[in-house]
Write a protein that binds this ligand. Sequence first.
Ligand code: SF4
Ligand code: SF4
Length: 329
Amino acid sequence: MSGKPKVAFYWCASCGGCEETVVDLNEDILKVVDAVDIVLWPVALDFKRRDIEAMADGEIAVSFINGAVRLSEQEEWVELLRHKSNLVVAFGSCAHLGGIPGLGNVANRELIFQRKYVAVPTADNPDEVFPSEAVTVDGTETEGPYDLDLPSFYDTVKTLDQSIDVDYYLPGCPPPSNLVWDAVTAILEGKLPEKGTVLAPNRTLCETCPRNETKPEELTISEFKRVATSTPDPEECFLAQGYICMGPATRSGCGERCISGNMPCRGCFGPPDGVVDQGTKILSAIASIIDSTDKQEIERITGAIADPLGTFYRFSLPGSLLGRTRMGG
Ligand code: SF4
Ligand code: SF4
């Protein structure tokens, strides 16, 4: 035993981008490896569940968990890590607020399976066979060394804190390496803020945006544009040009990565403190700058917003007041 603090990384419903950001620490990762023992990191190291189960409760100093909770297996893993960890950090948008996998909450398991295994043009499944949680061979459910169980696929995607108690949140899709490094050093040095803190500045992106000076005091919109069909001016505030930018309802700390690439903010850092629902916040901001009081004209202007739910709740649907689309009647 080295006596160094033990650290775990785990992924649930995620794309792997959050793992990439750890690798992006570059040579600083050597300092992390020097200071801690990594006891779990499925993307890079071959530890098993039984290794974690054999640990004492609280033995892991901190678990960084990325991804939303979509499967029963993910829920079992995060519950296990919660028991074994002193601290749990929700790492990245999906663990924090649901992220892109959380947009699955516009449907349910049945609709998703129908689409994926039957309706897509590439599916050849006339008997409509779907994944099942246990496998039956010759009329007998498999068991023993050949036992094959699949996890349950939940109807609803959950944020990490809808499954387990979470100590801190690292926002972003993915979180930038400097915030990861700051979080790791704060944990190692015991300089931690109040439980529940989002480990990023508590300001809106507009406050740090290099285009802020071009945002008019009296902003109005008479026409919405899309980056798919027109190119924004590279200096002017996106909202002032008619492009939906989530900056007014989004926490800063990302380094304005999208703005620098001439893309409006999509909201991956979630809202700043005090904003309960990021989507409602930006909706209210946008509603207040529509340049008309005429109902038909307002409908014409707002009708140009493609996929409002996916735009305003792109990263936050499971963690929002809505949570999911209501299915059925
Ligand atoms: S609305 Fe977007 S582009 Fe405009 S100042 Fe805010 S973050 Fe910057
Ligand atoms: S500009 Fe917005 S979407 Fe882009 S990284 Fe920053 S918070 Fe995320």
